[in-house]
Structures are given as structure tokens and as C-alpha cells.
Ligand binder design. Structure first.
Ligand SMILES: [Mg+2]
Length: 423
């Protein structure tokens, strides 16, 4: 029997920063950060910024001094650009694999025949991507998904690897696992690693040495599958991840104070459109919607806490118009015309797998299939042409409530009027 195929995880380095650097070469040699919507927090850091110890997610105002001192360059988020660069990256990756699975905007798993020597393959792949897209990536190759993820992290953290780490059972790997904490394992989040720590399991090598029965008893079937994968037994197939997201949150501060119901409806609709898209991408349906509004806590002390309303669905759904209809009902109940709102958001919870839903009457099933086809078409078009190419009218066109992006770079690759110029 031929040996099982190998898996590679390819992941863009500091992806948003790297996209910015492709089109603005002067940024290549300067420390750079990209900010979240509304220019609030740091969501991508160049290596120079990481080396300064500036953490991910920190609000901009907290690092004003460092920005000045180290001349850190700032860019507002530019998703049309990142999305387009992601598609270019994925196009190149496709040519290198038997099968591939896009995992996030800058990550993809590739299945490669085990007859291919992995190191030369990975080095060539890296060079091709850099040549064709200008993006630096790291490659981790291993027999299972969890180990491929881990190998990728090892490749990123160790400059001596030239961005490629091939999983091998040797002394070097063993000693690395002895010093790598459990939270570096894909699927073991902060909470679980804290639980493991309280049980005396600090490092990956200690987790691997833990008895399988104990892992199953305390971490459930998902934990057991992760443990198996670390023992080089593949348990996660195509499009399988070790954990299912339990809730989806979409919220954003407004760029100005908002008091009109119409603008709030646009914001809620926009959030629900993207949350529902996320639901469908992970093949889940939501069992409950929670909506919250927050007013300006500095100006209106009395009503500083966000007000929230929830609704439980009789039949869980991922159908955008149905979610928006409920969202609007909640909003109308919660809305006060005399308030000035700073933020609105929605949370979808009680998520369950789409296939595990109960069956309904025949007519409902036919209706549902039509709705599903409509949503699939919308998602496909948006995936291909960039987000929000097709959306619901209720989300509004000019979004006057939306956040400010004072430092956004041009849409170099998706807008004719913003093409890069060569002088
Ligand atoms: Mg990345």
C-alpha cells in the first residue's frame, strides 16, 4: 500500500501588512501596522513591529508614543485589496496540489502525494508565490492537519527555517515540543490550555504523553481527535476543523453618532448579512439572535450600558432575509428616538450543524431548498467578485454611519481609478 499523502499548510506572513507592501515599496523597509475598521485597533503587524513587543489587538491610542519614536507607518484596513490578493494567492496554490482547502483569507491546506520530496516542493512553492504575487508565506508539511498547523508555526517563529518546516520525528522536534505550550495546538484555545495547565499539562509533549482515555473523558471527542492527530493519525478530513464556532459576533462602532432608525437598520442589516455568510461557510444554522445598541457613554451617563434584546428561533436558520426580519423587529423594540448611538451589533448563538436539523413538512423543505440555492449563489458571486458585490438593499448603499478609514491605501487591484502608477 502506498504511504498516505502529506498535508501542507500555507499561511501568509503578516498578511495585511504584506499586501500593503506589495504596492507601496517604501513600506518594505519600515515598521508597519494595519488598523481595524474605524481605525481602532492593530490587526496586522510587520515583523519589525512584532519585534518591538507591540501586541495584536492593542488600541491605537495606547501606542501613540511608540509610533512616533519608531516611525511606525499606519494603514487603515482595505479589505477589497486583501480579498483580491488572497484570490491571487489561492490561484497559485491550486496548481501545486492534488486537492486544496481554503481555510481563511491567507491560509490553505494542500494535499500532496507522499512520493514528492516535501522540502524542495515547499521551497519552490514559496518562491513561486513570492514571484507571482509578491507575498511572503510560510509552509508547514506533516501527515495530519493539526501537525501541519503546528509545523507552520514553527516555520514562522524560526527564521533559520527559510519559511519551511517539514515534520520529522527527530531529536530537534522532540526538544521543541518540550518547550512549546499547549495553546499553540490548533483547536486548544486559551480556556482549554488553562484547564490542561491546572492538571499539570503545560507543553505539547506532555499533552502527547497523556493517556488517551483521560483526554477523551475531559476534552471530549474533539480533544481526542486532536490528540490522535498529534500522534500522526489523521482524523480530520477535507473541510473538517477541530472546533465548531459556538457563536458569531458582528459589531462595530459608528464613525459618528447615529440617532435615526433608518441608519441603525442599515448597520444591523450589514452585520447580519456578514454573520449569515459566516454561518453558511461553516455549514451551520443559528438558533438565537441577540441584538445590542450602545449609546455614547461619556455624554449620556444614565444609559451607558448597551441595551440588548434576544430572540430564540423555532427553526434554526442561515437564511439572511429571515435573520434580518427578526433583527429589525428587535431593533424597533429597542430603539429610542432621543438616544444618540455609538455602536450596534448582533450575536448569533446556539449554532448547530446544518445537516443535523429536524425535518419539516414537504412544502417547507421545497421552500427551504430554493432559499438555500439563492444564498449559495449570492455567496459564490461575492467570493468571486469581492465582498458585498451582491447584498440586500436593507444594508444601504452609502453607509453614512460607517467608520472612518483615514489612512486607507488605494484599491490597487479592484478599482480602475486607483491603479498603481509607474512614473
Ligand atoms: Mg497569516
Amino acid at each position: 500500500m502506498p504511504p498516505p499523502p502529506l498535508l501542507a499548510l500555507v499561511d501568509g506572513n503578516n498578511f495585511f501588512c504584506s499586501c500593503e507592501r506589495v504596492f507601496d515599496p517604501k513600506l518594505r523597509f519600515l515598521p508597519l501596522i494595519v488598523l481595524s475598521n474605524n481605525d481602532g485597533c492593530v490587526i496586522s503587524r510587520s515583523q519589525e513591529v512584532k519585534d518591538l513587543g507591540i501586541p495584536m489587538g492593542i488600541p491605537l491610542f495606547k501606542i501613540k508614543d511608540q509610533i512616533h519614536q519608531h516611525q511606525i507607518q499606519i494603514r487603515s484596513t482595505n479589505f477589497p485589496l486583501y480579498n483580491d490578493m488572497s484570490q491571487r494567492l489561492m490561484q497559485t496554490l491550486k496548481r501545486f496540489a492534488v486537492k486544496n482547502e481554503i481555510y481563511s483569507i491567507d491560509e490553505s491546506f494542500l494535499w500532496i502525494p507522499s512520493t514528492i520530496p516535501p522540502r524542495p516542493w515547499a521551497l519552490e512553492l514559496r518562491a513561486k508565490i513570492l514571484h507571482e504575487t509578491g507575498l511572503p508565506v510560510s509552509v508547514g508539511v506533516a501527515p495530519t492537519k493539526v501537525l501541519a498547523k503546528l509545523s507552520n508555526r514553527l516555520a514562522k517563529k524560526r527564521p533559520s527555517t527559510a519559511g519551511v518546516w517539514i515534520w520529522e520525528n527527530n531529536r530537534e522536534t522532540e526538544s521543541l515540543l518540550k518547550i512549546t505550550p499547549c495553546e499553540e495546538i490548533w483547536g486548544i484555545g486559551g480556556k482549554l490550555s488553562l484547564f490542561l495547565k491546572t492538571n499539570g499539562i503545560q507543553t505539547i509533549s506532555e499533552f502527547i504523553a497523556t493517556e488517551r482515555g483521560w483526554v477523551r473523558q475531559h476534552l471530549g471527542v474533539t480533544g481526542e481527535r486532536i490528540w490522535m492527530e498529534l500522534h500522526q493519525v489523521p482524523t480530520l478530513g477535507f473541510e473538517e476543523t477541530p472546533q465548531l464556532q459556538k457563536s458569531i459576533l458582528c459589531s462595530r462602532s459608528f464613525g459618528k453618532e447615529v440617532s435615526s432608525l433608518e441608519e441603525l437598520k442599515e448597520a444591523i442589516s450589514t452585520h447580519l448579512v456578514s454573520a449569515a455568510e459566516k454561518l453558511r461557510s461553516q455549514k451551520t444554522v443559528a438558533g438565537a439572535i441577540h441584538l445590542f445598541l450602545a449609546s455614547n457613554r461619556f455624554k449620556e451617563k444614565k444609559s451607558s450600558t448597551p441595551s440588548t434584546l434576544s430572540h430564540r428561533l423555532l427553526i434554526p436558520t442561515d437564511y439572511t432575509p429571515a435573520l434580518i426580519e427578526i433583527g429589525f423587529k428587535l431593533l424597533e423594540k429597542l430603539y429610542r428616538p432621543d438616544q444618540k448611538y455609538k455602536k450596534a451589533g448582533i450575536l448569533l448563538s446556539d449554532l448547530q450543524e446544518r445537516n443535523h436539523q429536524q425535518l419539516h413538512w414537504f412544502e417547507e423543505t421545497v421552500q427551504e431548498e430554493k432559499q438555500q440555492r439563492l444564498m449559495e449563489t449570492m455567496d459564490r458571486i461575492n467570493r468571486h467578485w469581492g465582498c458585498e458585490k451582491i447584498t440586500l438593499g436593507s444594508s444601504g448603499l452609502n453607509k453614512s454611519w460607517s467608520g472612518k478609514s483615514s489612512q486607507r491605501s488605494p484599491n490597487y487591484t479592484t478599482s480602475w481609478s486607483e491603479l498603481p502608477l509607474v512614473r
